[in-house]
Ligand binder design. Structure first.
Ligand SMILES: Cc1cc2nc3c(=O)[nH]c(=O)nc-3n(C[C@H](O)[C@H](O)[C@H](O)COP(=O)(O)OP(=O)(O)OC[C@H]3O[C@@H](n4cnc5c(N)ncnc54)[C@H](O)[C@@H]3O)c2cc1C
Length: 595
């Protein structure tokens, strides 16, 4: 979708939902917090969002929906989650549960499930089991073949929406021996089973997303017809992993949204509150903390921008992109929140405060992005197992690098149109390709050119950014060498070693460095004032550099002051803290930020 259209769409959704600080608006923070306190599923908000038509943006155009680009759904979800990650999750769960049908269903099945969604039906994704979380191939729910269908027996647990859902996409063992080709996926519609056949498990009380329906289902010989099987018999694991790639890429929207709101309410405070004769924002230490959190948010934004677009531009590589995004974005932003806690101080503890209660919710809710849809460790493992191939290609394969150079403007150019989303083209291994890292040297060259054209301090900052980015990217060789030494030293233990997982973390930091560079270089001309900013890029790179050298600085107070100017501009103009800078609903509510 063209940038101007997406911006207009975002503005319309914001206007529909109103100022969340205003208790009389349609989706205000105080009601959201009330639902959380009472742990009551947010039907009213989900309905409000469906009335607006949010769900249409995750339904493929071929089936009468409006989903052209994953980017659209991702950004709408993010705007919902900046108010209420619970409502956003409830909606996301339905669209995730549709993925198996989208990836592998027949046209009739897709249309059938789409019609269910259009009628407002809720869906759940039944993958996890009580004794089998990350080890998907241990799953015990079985589907026994009988005439005309299957009998499903077993339990699925920790399933979001399981009780409120009308249908559950269930991952079940069709070969008693299990194994990679031993599972299939079935759509179990509660209304098509005898009353009580789908036993709903008790609601689990949660730390975050407290209003979410978090339960499970138990089945005992429940019949589902052959037409309810999505994909071939035995294709379940492949479909589940491809669905997970989408979920892993998009769940970062929860973390981005949580930090957006947390930073916004913190700025509401620091821009007004004076202490020792100065605004908190103007105290050098606090100012640095605020700008560092903002820089983290923009790193995560750049990583997400590329990862979401990779689903359409390089679906054959999404195994790596989705795992990097899933590991890196929530891990980074969880740390940023801890930093922000210090800036907001005691007020973050005031649970019933009309302005800061929401901060605590964001602090709690962000964590879902860490473990849902494949936890951090699973994603690091996925990167680790492909590390040698990825670094080998980056070091030697000039053909792959040239091809990546061609594609990267579309991956990171915010104004570039995307090819049609074809989820079935996603692959489970990336065959040594990660265009972000492969094309990084090319974008570094382009940054040098932009620096040469820049003037004054901007030129100084960009030249420094080139130097810091080159240093970070140059680490690839050492990571590759260390991986080789580990393999030689550990033999069969290599794949499971903690050191290898650490190398996967370092690789993710290189990917993130590349994402910041590419976004600056390829979205440069399309960004709205006050972006692009050389100072912001430099601070982003310092944050990444500090993952390797925690106490080394590459910025000074002039850089921080300039980033603060950018941040203040976005805060004052009420725009999303993102390269997208969507205009947010006009603030009409009482601010309460000083008390
Ligand atoms: C709020 C919420 C919503 C959820 N929604 C759904 C849903 O809608 N549908 C659904 O199917 N599931 C859902 N789940 C389940 C969730 O996605 C987890 O996958 C599942 O609970 C397993 O979690 P786990 O990996 O932490 O646990 P386990 O598999 O028990 O793993 C325990 C720990 O072992 C370590 N570990 C795991 N794998 C590896 C590895 N390969 N290498 C090294 N260490 C490892 C990790 O530290 C992990 O935390 C939800 C859970 C929550 C809490």
């Amino acid at each position: 979708m063209p940038k101007a259209d997406l911006t207009e769409l975002a503005a319309r959704l914001e206007a529909h939902l109103g100022d969340p600080h205003d208790p009389t608006s349609p989706m205000p923070f105080d009601q959201i917090l009330d639902h959380d306190e009472r742990e009551e599923f947010p039907y009213a908000f989900v309905n409000l969002l469906q009335r607006w038509g949010v769900h249409e943006y995750v339904i493929p155009k071929a089936q009468g929906g409006k989903a052209g680009d994953v980017e659209v759904g991702f950004n709408l979800l993010r705007l919902i989650a900046r108010r209420d990650p619970t409502s956003a999750t409830a909606l996301m769960l339905t669209s995730l549960s549709f993925m198996p049908a989208w990836i592998a269903g027949t046209d009739e099945q897709k249309q059938y499930v789409v019609d269910l969604m259009k009628q407002g039906n809720k869906l759940a994704w039944g993958l996890s089991e009580r004794h089998h979380g990350s080890d998907v191939l241990g799953n015990e729910m079985r589907a026994e073949k009988v005439d005309g269908g299957y009998l499903l027996t077993g339990e699925k647990w920790l399933i979001g929406n399981a009780t409120v859902a009308d249908g559950v996409s269930v991952f079940a063992r069709t070969d008693p021996k299990g194994g990679p080709a031993g599972y299939s996926i079935f759509l179990v519609e509660k209304r098509n089973t005898p009353a009580g056949a789908v036993e709903e498990l008790p609601n689990e009380r949660l730390h975050g997303l407290r209003a979410l329906d978090m339960s499970g289902i138990r089945l005992d010989g429940v019949f589902v017809p052959d037409e309810a099987r999505l994909g071939h018999q035995g294709q379940g694991l492949e479909i589940a992993l491809k669905s997970a790639q989408v979920a892993r890429t998009t769940i970062g929207s929860m973390a981005l949204a949580a930090v957006d709101t947390a930073l916004r309410v913190t700025l509401d405070f620091t821009e007004q509150r004076e202490i020792f004769g100065k605004k908190v924002s103007d105290i050098p230490y606090s100012r640095r903390q605020l700008t560092e959190v903002f820089a983290d948010l923009m790193i995560a934004d750049a990583v997400s921008l590329g990862a979401v677009r990779s689903l359409q531009v390089v679906p054959e590589q999404t195994s790596v992109w989705s795992s990097v995004a899933k590991y890196f974005v929530p891990t980074l932003l969880e740390r940023s929140m801890a930093q922000l806690n210090i800036v907001l101080g005691a007020r973050l503890y005031l649970r019933a405060h009309p302005h800061y209660g929401i901060y605590q919710k964001m602090l709690r809710d962000l964590l879902v992005a860490i473990f849902a849809d494949g936890n951090t460790v699973v994603n690091l493992k996925n990167i680790a197992l492909q590390l040698d191939g990825l670094l080998g290609t980056a070091a030697q394969d000039t053909v792959a690098r040239a091809a990546a150079d061609q594609r990267v403007p579309q991956l990171y150019g915010i104004d570039r149109e995307l090819p049609l989303y074809r989820p079935w083209d996603q692959e489970l291994f990336s065959r040594g390709k990660d265009d972000a890292v492969l094309a990084a040297p090319g974008s570094l060259d382009r940054l040098r050119e932009l620096a040469a054209e820049a003037k004054g301090e901007e030129q100084v900052w960009l030249l420094r950014a080139v130097e810091v980015a080159a240093g970070l990217l140059g680490r690839a060789e050492a990571i590759h060498r260390r991986a080789g030494e580990l393999r030689a030293g550990l033999g069969r233990e290599y794949g499971q070693s903690a050191e290898l997982f650490d190398l996967a973390k370092q690789y993710s930091a290189l990917h993130a460095t590349a994402a910041c560079l590419h976004t600056f270089v390829h979205s440069h001309a399309a960004l709205d004032d006050p972006l692009p900013s050389g100072a912001l890029l430099l601070l982003q790179l310092e944050r990444l550099h500090r993952l390797f050298s925690p106490h080394e600085s590459v910025t000074d107070s002039a850089v921080v002051d300039e980033v603060m100017r950018v941040l203040r501009h976005l805060h004052r103009e009420n725009r999303l803290f993102s390269y997208w800078q969507f205009p947010l609903a006009t603030r009409t509510g009482v601010r309460h930020a000083q008390s």
